[in-house]
Design a protein around this ligand. Structure first.
Ligand code: SF4
Ligand code: SF4
Length: 196
């Protein structure tokens, strides 16, 4: 629970316990190398170093509602450069995953895309790019979907012409039921961990 100053005393502990690689933050010495080397720093409301400081400062809303945690592209630069070998990228993804689980959607489009990506893997065991894009675009309503289709029509045509996107639907992989059992199990373990 936050006090009037927006400080949540247990937030750091919550991150250490529930976020993938979250306890690695304890090793951070706030040098700022990760932030300086991140190619997306100018687009982030808080670069990684600042996110870690905010966690320690108990700023739950700022961290889980931050766009930065949804922007990480897994380029790995920060991981290579961190003098404390902190898996910054894993922590950023862990925070994004945790924020979505807690109902935060700082970048609604990225969240929709991620959800649909997961659904596709669960349904077929592989991703059908055409179907994925279509479902993600229309998740925000019919007119939003039409607008997006028109906006990205030229990209879609190029992908089809270069055989990077198929027009016929992808089939399920063999052994889809085994894959689903594994995904169900992983989800169950994840849920069990988050209520600990
Ligand atoms: S580079 Fe490593 S030690 Fe330095 S601020 Fe970033 S995470 Fe912390
Ligand atoms: S892995 Fe993510 S946080 Fe790290 S430098 Fe790349 S984009 Fe930035």
């Amino acid at each position: 629970m936050e006090n009037k100053m927006g400080y949540n005393a247990s937030f750091a502990e919550e991150v250490f316990r529930n976020v993938d690689s979250g306890d690695e933050i304890k090793m951070c010495m706030n040098c700022g190398v990760c932030a300086a080397s991140c190619p997306l720093r100018e687009h982030m409301d808080y670069p990684p170093r600042q996110i870690f400081s905010l966690i320690r400062a108990g700023k739950r809303e700022e961290v889980l509602g931050s766009q930065s945690i949804m922007l990480c592209t897994s380029c790995y630069t920060c991981v290579v450069k961190c003098p404390r070998s902190i898996p910054v990228m894993d922590v950023m993804h862990g925070l994004a995953h945790y924020a979505l689980k807690k109902g935060y959607t700082p970048r609604i489009e990225a969240a929709r895309f991620g959800k649909e990506f997961w659904n596709q893997v669960y349904r077929r065991g592989r991703v059908d790019e055409r179907d994925l894009a279509q479902r993600a675009y229309f998740a925000g309503g019919f007119w939003e979907g039409v607008k997006k289709i028109l906006e990205f029509a030229d990209v879609g045509i190029k992908l089809v012409l270069h055989r990077r996107m198929k027009l016929i639907p992808e089939k399920k992989i063999k052994g889809i039921s085994t894959l689903r059992k594994m995904l169900d199990k992983a989800e169950m373990l994840d849920k069990g961990r988050s209520v600990q």
